[in-house]
Design a protein around this ligand. Sequence first.
Ligand code: ASP
Length: 437
Amino acid sequence: MGLKAVKFGGSSLASASQIMKAAAILASEPDRRYLVASAPGKRSGSDAKITDLLYQLYQQRGGDYGPTLALIKTRYTEIADELGVNVDLNTEFVTIEEHLTAADDAQYFASRGEYLNSLLIAAYLGWTFVDAAAVIRFTDSGDLDADQTDRLLKEALLTVDRAVVPGFYGATAQGKIRTFSRGGSDVTGALVASAVGADVYENWTDVSGILMADPRIVDSPGPIARISFTDLRKLTYLGASVLHEDAINPVRVLGIPINIRNTNRPLDEGTWIQADAGTPDSTVDPQSTIPAIIGLAGKTGYTAVTVHKAQWSGSVGVGSGLLRLFDEAQIIVDLVMTSVDTYTFAFRCDPTSLESLLIRIGTLDPDSVEIRDGLALIGAVSSRTVASAVVSARLAQAMAAAEIEVVVASSGDDTHIVAVDESDYKEALRGAYLGLT
Ligand code: ASP
């Protein structure tokens, strides 16, 4: 299948036994040559993630941080002992403790989760450890320097046969440790895959790929075998938590597919995320029983504002003028609907921005402004095996069948969105799933 860059998430590397599973997966295909490792995640529901403990450690600096530091050290010592590797963890922890008294920030501490786990894993596998601080370059303002990173990764990785790179962090040119936002090891994995020119970016986690809906709400949703980058972006934006958002672009531009796999069920095919598929087929029978959608996602915390003024329709610039007010109030609008003399916008924002928006809207002297908060948006991404209009009709039918009031609805570009009251959110998601699959 060709060269593979492989990222294992926190639950896949939470203990020595999980690391052994990962090692077996690596050994089963010699093409898996570059590993990006997360910090140890939860071993069970009640367990702590090492990254969370490290943020806690930072919060406790100057106070009673001893127990947290001891807890973290115990986790790594256990892993090292069970793997039978010889890494000088004492010295590592002395260094970490020294940073607690120096003026270092939260990002340094958070990064140590990936750093230490990768040291142990590299020792266990006998692979080269490449510190992310040397190859993932951040600018002084804390943004990724993509060009330098690509160059440094190529220099460091293309000359070694097999390497382990810690995920989640990097450093500025002066060596100051910077992290991505939470879940950022996915980004490191994508950067590594892109730099080495991998044929596949494998992302190993604890589920067998992406599901069609949130399994905490919908009972046993089906798996998504294949999805395009574009559709994944839509589902992610609409609330599905799959990969870190910034993990898509580095591989997408090079056409490197992402394969999401389950460390605990390595034979499952998982989900393939790949270049966009062909054009939609709108000739399919509307009564078709094939799933009408690729997936469903949703988010709560929305507000809808409906503004009305007589004679607005037919005048140039009203819509753009209204949108400009959202820009000025620093609000991102996710849904716009227009009707005669009336505009409805749905968005998420804090109370201060909402207040500033309403003052601005007031200056237009509208006839009425209606505000409805406590809304949830549910979005369905059409599978293109069924005509888009059919999907939106089926979604509306599903909401009606579940007796759910749809506050706003919009369809465009194969994405169908309904806004419902937050109290109806879960019921609506379940109804939509049943109606659309
Ligand atoms: N360990 C980091 C986190 O918990 C990064 C990652 O796992 O991707 O967010």
